[in-house]
Design a protein around this ligand. Structure first.
Ligand code: E4P
Length: 217
């Protein structure tokens, strides 16, 4: 499973990158707004050290403008994935941009039918939003499983990019289902390392180290 970082916090992305945990990055307009930085400038900085796909989202809602913006975003670096919303216009833009050889990430996916359309339109990635479905009392993981089944039935090459991941548990469940990629904020990726028994076990070891005065160097 590939790990993308859902963030525009360059320091946080760098820290995870040093650990080999960054196969790509995703941003969206809310993430860019939170960073307080210019979208082109911050995306360029991320692309200067992240080798994998870096998603940057268009701001327009009509296909022609999305295509224009997508082409401009794609000029930032070769590893840009143009992010378009899953609307009819977004699908039109996806088809044109993917036919031009650009990576396209179709975002805001909330149904299996939407994912089917994105694959037909040549999307490189489909981004189903798990957490936002959970927020309205639906099971976001069911959607990941449905898309996996449909894509496998027909051999679609569009990669399932599990998004809106809010918990470490979401990550392992997506991995079990077979999502190709997951994107999560740095805090969620770090939380994957936590386990209460690890903390308890380490505390016991540290007490014994002190008691027996164990030294290595
Ligand atoms: C993915 O590409 C999105 O940026 C992101 O995962 C949305 O997450 P949220 O629903 O927690 O805002």
């Amino acid at each position: 499973m590939k790990f993308f970082v859902d963030s525009a916090d360059v320091d946080a992305i760098r820290e995870l990158h040093t650990l080999g945990m960054v196969d790509g990055v995703t941003t969206n307009p809310s993430i860019i707004a939170k960073s307080g930085r210019d979208i082109i400038e911050v995306t360029k900085e991320i692309c200067s050290f992240v080798e994998g796909p870096v998603s940057a989202e268009v701001t327009a809602t009509d296909a022609d403008k999305m295509i224009e913006e997508g082409r401009k975003l794609a000029e930032i670096a070769e590893n840009i994935a143009v992010k378009v919303p899953l609307t009819w216009d977004g699908l039109k833009a996806c088809k044109v941009l993917s036919d031009e050889g650009k990576m396209v990430n179709v975002t805001l996916c909330f149904s299996a039918n939407q994912a089917l359309l994105a694959a037909k339109a040549g999307a490189t990635f489909i981004s189903p939003f798990i957490g936002r479905l959970d927020d309205i009392n639906l099971d976001g993981l069911d959607l990941i499983a449905d898309i996996r089944e449909i894509y496998d039935n027909y051999g679609f090459e569009t990669q399932i990019l599990a998004a809106s991941i809010r918990t470490a548990n979401h990550v392992s469940e997506c991995a079990k289902i077979g999502a190709d990629v997951m994107t999560a904020p740095p805090a969620v990726i770090k939380a994957m390392a936590n386990h209460v028994l690890t903390d308890k076990g380490l505390a016991a070891f540290l007490a014994d180290i002190e008691k027996a005065n164990i030294k290595i160097v």
